[in-house]
Unconditional design. Structure first.
Length: 95
């Protein structure tokens, strides 16, 4: 038996709204875990900034949909720089 992949249909599947919804759901879980992993504000300037915000999004590329999580404010960027919060949210460890 021979199996031939229809690349056009695979590409349609990888860009489908269902796949985009799954990617957004997983990215949102990671963003939530990053917020939970973010240490509480201790300095006065950090308290004024509010809690760290991480944003989940989905973009449709040339061949597939891509999910991403990015920092949403200065507090999150600083936290990511010093503590690798997104890596921790994925279950990774700093070396």
């Amino acid at each position: 038996m021979r199996f031939v992949i229809n690349h056009g249909n695979v590409e349609l599947l990888l860009k489908s709204p269902e796949v985009q919804a799954l990617l957004l759901m997983e990215a949102s879980k990671i963003a939530g875990a990053a917020v939970a992993a973010s240490p509480p504000a201790t300095r006065a300037d950090h308290v004024k900034q509010g809690p760290a915000e991480f944003k989940a999004s989905v973009n449709v590329g040339e061949k597939r949909a891509l999910g991403s999580v990015v920092t949403g404010n200065t507090r999150a960027r600083v936290d990511q720089a010093y503590h690798n919060t997104l890596l921790q949210a994925l279950g990774g460890e700093m070396i």
